[in-house]
Design a protein around this ligand. Structure first.
Ligand SMILES: [Fe+2]
Ligand SMILES: [Fe+2]
Length: 204
């Protein structure tokens, strides 16, 4: 019974997404779903949560900047100083809020993974990391950074985050990263230094 209800809910979400996203973003979303489930299997996370977080991670990606700001104002989403000047990562906050309000997802782990998929944060959960990395390595992503992240994710999710962050930073065009991204990289650096691995060494 639970599975049937879940399947119905997923089909409903997919239908709404098909009305909200263009074909390319919809294909990206479904590819992130498949990749997130693979990563969840590989690293022992909850596959259903990974699937749902991936399904909704870009649900508001069809919004333009004005629509994102309007949504934030109407739904009391606070933007930090960085996001007031860089609209791109705001979509992650809006997607998490929409997942809760419009799609009735109340699982905080799922909502947090959606919220953190653009810039990351210092203390990423395994689900956060899975969605962050799956977003960057799904099969439609091409290029050396995607390949590097893909290969790293076969062994160690943490090692996949830095090349994944590079992919997410393409849009920055030389501007500094969000402070949460810097804190995330520094935390990884600290964790990995004991294993003789430096994320900064991979930051080219
Ligand atoms: Fe996104
Ligand atoms: Fe995405």
């Amino acid at each position: 019974m639970t599975i049937v209800v879940m399947e119905n809910k997923i089909e409903q979400i997919k239908y709404v997404l098909s009305q909200m996203l263009d074909a390319k973003r919809l294909a990206h979303t479904f590819s992130v779903c498949e990749t997130a489930v693979l990563l969840a299997e590989r690293f022992g996370a909850d596959k259903n949560k990974a699937y749902l977080a991936a399904l909704l991670h870009d649900c508001a990606r069809g919004f333009n900047g004005k629509q994102l700001i309007k949504y934030c104002n109407e739904n009391v989403i606070e933007l930090d100083e960085y996001m007031k000047n860089d609209i791109n990562p705001v979509h992650a906050l809006v997607c998490a809020d929409m997942a809760k309000r419009r799609f009735s997802i109340n699982d905080e782990e799922i909502l947090t993974a959606i919220k953190n998929h653009a810039v990351g944060c210092e203390n990423m959960t395994i689900l956060d990391k899975i969605i962050f990395v799956a977003d960057a390595i799904e099969p439609n992503r091409t290029g050396s950074d995607a390949d590097e992240a893909r290969n790293a994710a076969k062994i160690d999710l943490d090692e996949a985050i830095v090349p994944a962050m590079r992919i997410k930073s393409y849009y920055l065009k030389g501007k500094p990263m969000h402070p949460d991204s810097i804190r995330m990289i520094e935390k990884l650096n600290k964790i990995k230094s004991e294993k003789n691995f430096s994320p900064y060494a991979h930051w080219v």
